[in-house]
Every structure is written in C-alpha cells, then in structure tokens.
Write a protein of this length. Structure first.
Length: 469
C-alpha cells in the first residue's frame, strides 16, 4: 500500500513536470507566432502606407531607421533586416555589430529559406541557459516582390511559468506527503492488527507438543482470513491429540508385547534344564539307593540355582521398569565414586582425579549403580586382553561433573553403535541388555547425559555428564 502511494506520487510528479514542459513549449510557440504575425503585418503596413521612400532593398534601412525600435519594443522582439544575399541592413540591437552572428546570415539559412515551400524557417536554440526562438521570412513590397529577409528573435522568459510550476509542485508534494504519512499510519495499524493475531497463532504453534496438552486459540476479534487459519489450527490440535492418544496406546501395547516376549524368553531358558533335571531324577530315582540323600541334595541344589536365575531375571526387569526416583541430596562425588570402586579387587581398575572435593545434588545409591555398571562392562570387555586396564576419571567442568570410564577392550563395532542404549541389546553372551538403558534412564532423570566413543579392537570411552545443581 505504501509502495503504491509512493509510486503514484512519483509518477504524478513526473507527468506533471512533463505536462508543464509541453504546455510551456506550446505557449511559447503560440505567443511567438502571434508576435511574429503582428510584427510582419506592421512592417507590411509601414512599407505600403507610411513611407516616403520607395519600397526596395536599398531603402529598407532608411524606412525603418527609427521605426524598427518601436516595433521591437512593442512586440518585445529583436528585429533584424537583411538583403536577399543575407547581408545585415538594420537591426533593433543597440549596435548592429554587437553580436557576431548578427553580421550576416549564413548561406545555409539563405538557401534553406529559398527552398522552403512556405518560405519561412523557425529555429530554436539555447545559449547560456536562455532559450531563443528565431524565424526567418521574406519582406515583400506591395506587389509581393521579395526585397529583403526579416529575422525575428524572441527570448523565452519562462520565469513566471517556472514559478507557478514550483508552487504547484510544492502544494502537490505537501498533499502527497500527507497522503504518504496517512498511508503509513493506516498500514501500521492494519499490520499491527493482523500481526497481533498471527503472532498469537505463531506463539501457540511454537508451544505445540505431541506429548502434552495443547491449548486451542480463541480470538474474539479477527478477520475472516485469520479465523480460517485459527479454525484450521484448532482442528489440527484436535487431530493431534487423537493421534497422540492412539500413538501412546500403540506404544504401550507394543512395549508390553516386547516385554512379555523378553520375559518369556529369559524365563524359558532356566525352565528347560529344570525340566530335564526333574525327568532325569524321576527316571533314576531309587529309594533303596545308599546315596539317595546325596543325589537328592544335588538335585535340590540344581533346582535352587535355576530358581535363583529366574529370580535375578525378574529383579532385572523390575529394576528397568521402575524409573529412577529423584532423591536429590548433596553428596561428595569423589568419595562416592571411590566407594563404588571398592568392590572391584581387580588391579586393572585405576581411579584418577585431581579434585579433592566435588559436590552435587544426586542420589548416592543410583550414582554407585551407574559407576558399578560401567566398570563391570569395561572389565568384561577386557577379559581377553594381555594387559587390561580400566581407567575411571572424575573432574569438574563448568557447572557440570564428568565421570569418564575408559578401557582397552575389544571396543564396539560401528554397525551396532546406534543400538548400544537400546533395551534388550547386548554384545555379551550372557545378560539381558538392560544395564546401559537402565543407567541412561537414571542419568537423564537428573538432566544429565551419557555418550561414548569406541574404536573396534582398541577400546571404549564412556562419558557421564551430571549437573552440579
């Protein structure tokens, strides 16, 4: 809108200047033609009625000795009289030789005038910023015989017209300036009104979350276009909530199915040897056998071991299912990590720190659980190494505490790196693949993070980042 007003203003100003210029040219031509006609008529009358001299070329200067100045003054023209060859006879200039171009006419002008069908030439020229109109025509006697050449020169004075143009342009500029300011004001209020509604919609869209309750947009005053957008957004929120509910239900059902399959698989493993043991005992059972008590004890011990395996499976799944409860308390990290490492008698475990004391608001038991699990995994990864080592480093970095557990074990293959924190995934022949996912849940519950780098055949480095506050 503002651009259109500005463009229209510029175009109108350009057209106005052009129109004034054309009108000025037309006005000057018409005015000169009127003065020319009057001057020629006056000269003809002077030659016909008011002279005592014979009207011929030789007497032109005498006939208009003084009269040329009167005609020039009345019509505000510069008048010059030439013979037919272009030689100057008389001029209204103060001195006939005051200007060089007034000494004689050029052969070109004399020839052009002769060849022109109307026997009239009109010239326009500009000297030092002043415009001149000059006409050349023949002076004739009463019998229409050519006796000389008449030059009329009119100095264009456009001062008054230019002043009028300036005044008009000033008034027009003021009007368009007011229109421009008005257009800016209207555009500002309109854009503010529109963008206010759009900003509300934008803010709501930025706050839209799949797993949260999203508020609908309610606008009391809004344009029909904005209402269409708001209705579309509110409809999207309804559909999003329905989709989120279906997705959550599907994820829960899928999680339960996966968990049930995993539990069934893990429990089935110890059940098979238990079944075989019972069948074997039943087949070989002999009440009269002297070693019946020893065999019964051996049988019982086998069953108890398998039952313990099933119990550990149930405990592992139970621990994984329960998200860590945030029991934040101020603990001293250096001593807690050392306490977690005390259960490992392996000389390959090395604890390094340059810190004397580091405090953070964490759960002591769960921190021990994290360190223990990482060190245990590292030890298992270095079982086949000739000179195994597991380094545990603790240090402060800004507002965070870093715990780094590195080893020189077999490392993690590149094709399974993205699966390392997935439940049920494991690179070991034993275990259920719940350890790393469990400690990841613990760390993220305290707004921390865990990541690792590994080179196959050279070892792995796990980094735990925990906030101090």
């Amino acid at each position: 809108m503002i651009l259109l007003v500005l463009l229209a203003s510029v175009l109108i100003l350009v057209v106005t200047v052009y129109q004034y210029d054309e009108q000025t040219k037309d006005y000057n031509i018409q005015r000169f033609e009127r003065k020319e006609a009057i001057s020629i008529k006056t000269i003809e009358l002077e030659l016909a009625n008011k002279t005592i001299y014979v009207a011929n070329t030789e007497n032109l200067a005498k006939i208009f000795q003084n009269r040329i100045y009167e005609i020039s003054s009345i019509n505000k023209l510069n008048i010059s009289l030439y013979n037919l060859e272009g030689t100057l006879l008389k001029t209204s200039f103060g001195n006939a030789f005051e200007k060089i171009d007034k000494v004689a006419l050029t052969e070109y002008i004399v020839s052009e005038l002769l060849q022109n069908s109307n026997h009239r030439i009109l010239k326009n020229k500009q000297v030092d910023g002043t415009s001149y109109q000059t006409s050349y025509s023949y002076i004739k006697d009463a019998k229409f015989k050519r006796i000389g050449i008449l030059e009329l020169q009119f100095t264009q004075d456009n001062t008054e017209i230019e002043q009028e143009l300036e005044e008009f342009m000033y008034r027009l500029g003021v009007v368009y300036l007011l229109m421009f300011l008005l257009a800016i004001s209207i555009a500002y209020f309109l854009s503010s009104y529109i963008t206010r509604s759009i900003k509300i919609i934008s803010d709501k869209m930025q706050l839209t979350r799949l797993n949260e309750q999203n508020e609908k947009i309610i606008l009391v005053e809004a344009s029909s276009e904005i209402k269409i957008l708001v209705d579309a957004y509110n409809n999207m929120i309804d559909q999003l909530e329905e989709s989120a509910a279906r997705l959550a239900k599907s994820e829960r059902e899928q999680a339960w199915r996966e968990m049930a399959k995993q539990v069934a698989h893990e429990i089935k493993n110890p059940l098979t040897p238990m079944r075989l043991t019972v069948q074997n005992f039943e087949r070989k059972f002999d009440p009269t056998d002297e070693n019946i008590k020893g065999k019964l004890a051996e049988y019982s011990q086998t069953l108890i071991q398998q039952i313990d395996v099933m119990s550990s499976i149930a405990s592992a799944f139970s621990d994984f299912a329960i998200m860590p409860i945030q029991k934040k308390e101020k603990i001293e990290i250096i001593s807690v990590v050392k306490l977690a490492l005390d259960i490992f008698n392996d000389k390959s475990v090395r604890y390094q720190t340059e810190e004397h004391e580091l405090y953070a608001f964490l759960d002591k038991t769960q921190l021990i659980r994290v360190v223990t699990n990482l060190v245990k995994n590292a030890l298992q990864a270095t079982e086949n190494e000739e000179s195994p080592f597991v380094n545990v480093d603790v240090f402060s970095e800004g507002d965070a505490i870093k715990i780094i557990v590195s080893d020189n074990g077999k490392g993690v293959a590149s094709e399974v790196k993205d699966l390392i924190f997935e439940p049920k995934f494991t690179t070991k022949t034993s275990g259920m693949g719940l350890g790393l996912p469990m400690i990841k849940n613990i760390i993220e519950a305290y707004d921390g993070e865990i990541y690792f780098t590994s080179t196959e055949g050279y070892g792995t480095v796990f980094t735990v980042v925990l906030p101090k506050k």
